[in-house]
Design a protein around this ligand. Structure first.
Ligand SMILES: Cc1ncc(COP(=O)(O)O)c(C=O)c1O
Length: 421
């Protein structure tokens, strides 16, 4: 279906949505209920979609960069901006720190760690670069990471290697592993007596591949090696309990799947590892094991921190298990229809538990950026083309507002492109 038909169909879908107006509320047992109306699971997600203002010109399947925020969170966020602006320095000198600590505690509970092991940052880059640059490297120390890791972190390791003389070793993550043990053995094969730190993605951003974090951490610890986890895509996307992962460091961006406003992230540091790190910006706090010693950033947008609580309210109203299940369903819905199609290649593991919302698909013979251009210009589907580290396809990332009608259009578009090569 090309552009003209698509726009006609999407407006019909919009009419169906507007007939489902009911507020989201919790009943006494904490389950979602509608005020007066009964609804099935499909209606529930259409109701969620009502909370988003979406551009009608294209279907947005690029929600991996950041999640646009739903209207209830946006409304609260704008109120926080107005409030802080009205109070000015009175707010900053008064309740700023108290509010930040309260939000930090709420987030710690959500991600499953102690509030004394968690700080708010601007994003995953700041969180993980703080660890990489603040680690007490000695010349000849080694770190292990993957070609499929995020560029900003790989660049920071390169910089630290130049400054401190430490050595970086890279592995290649297989696209479709047969077992967790295969992945554990891959990382273990690079460990030597000089290895200090291992970086792993919880979810690889270019393919959506979810790694067996706990098993890799347990293996690394038997060799005395610490593990830093890049969880940019996981908090608010899949059900994460940091303590259960056994990692030493965990960074994430809350403007991704928590759907907080742009510019907030988090960093978990195991309590026994805090004291050895150098901060990015020097702090006056002198107790070595106080995590706040690593959290000096100067004046920053505090209203954005306030909106984290609203984003968590919205997320908890949906329920993280329900959200994870829905996102995985949406991904499998389209990817299973395309896996066996001639000329189409999926760059995401086949086993269900190894991915969630994100997957990557290419058409053999068409460069990824060209495919993204065709999808947008000829089929009104917005994605991102990725040609890197063994991947040559478009990253497809639905969100909570995505419908199967939209995915049907995407599947038909891909089949038609593949048939033309
Ligand atoms: C795996 C991974 N790590 C880190 C980042 C950096 O996130 P941010 O730009 O929010 O710091 C991203 C961004 O997409 C990512 O995909």
């Amino acid at each position: 279906m090309k552009k003209r038909d698509f726009i006609k169909n999407i407006s019909l879908a919009g009419m169906a949505v507007t007939s489902l107006s009911f507020p989201l509320t919790l009943n006494a047992t904490g389950h979602l209920k509608s005020a007066g109306a009964s609804y099935n699971e499909g209606d529930f997600w259409l109701r969620i979609r009502e909370d988003y203002i979406l551009k009608p010109e294209y279907i947005n399947l690029e929600n991996g960069y950041y999640n646009i925020i739903p209207q209830p969170t946006l409304k609260k966020y704008l109120e926080h901006i107005a409030h802080v602006n009205k109070e000015g320095a009175f707010y900053m000198r008064g309740v700023q720190e108290e509010n930040k600590a309260r939000i930090n505690a709420r987030l710690a509970k959500f991600v499953g760690c102690a509030e004394t092991e968690l700080i708010l940052t601007r994003n995953t880059t700041e969180s993980l670069d703080l660890i990489i640059s603040g680690y007490p490297w000695q010349e000849g120390d080694e770190a292990i990471m993957a070609h499929q890791d995020y560029g900003a972190m790989l660049n920071m390791f390169k910089q630290v290697s130049k400054r401190a003389g430490m050595v970086n070793k890279l592995v290649d993550i297989p696209q479709d592993p047969i077992s967790d043990e295969e992945l554990v053995a891959l990382y273990e094969s690079q460990i030597t007596s000089r290895t200090k730190l291992l970086m792993i993605c919880h979810m690889v951003n270019i393919t959506g591949h979810i790694l067996p974090v706990c098993k890799i951490c347990d293996m690394a610890h038997t060799h005395g090696v610490e593990v830093m986890v890049d969880g940019a895509h996981c908090i608010g996307h899949i059900n994460v309990n940091i303590e259960e992962l056994h990692c030493d460091y965990y960074g994430s961006s809350l403007h991704k799947w928590v759907a907080a406003p742009l510019g907030v992230g988090m960093l978990y540091i195991n309590k026994n590892k805090i004291s050895k790190l150098w901060p990015l910006f020097a702090e006056s706090i002198t107790e070595q094991d106080n995590i706040l010693r690593l959290n000096h950033t100067g004046t920053h947008p505090v209203h954005t921190h306030l909106a984290i609580a609203d984003a968590l309210d919205y997320l908890e109203l949906i329920g993280i298990e329900r959200k994870e299940e829905r996102l995985r369903h949406l991904q499998r819905y389209w990817s299973e229809q395309l896996r066996e199609v001639e000329s189409i290649k999926i760059f995401t593991p086949t086993q269900v538990h190894r991915s969630c919302a994100i997957a990557n698909v290419g058409v053999i013979g068409i460069p990824a950026t060209e495919l993204a251009k065709i999808l947008l210009e000829e089929y009104s589907v917005f994605t991102v083309g990725i040609d890197n580290a063994g991947v040559n396809g478009c990253r497809i990332t639905p969100n909570v507002y995505t419908t199967t009608v939209e995915l049907d259009h995407f599947v038909a578009s891909m089949k038609s492109i593949a048939a033309g090569v």
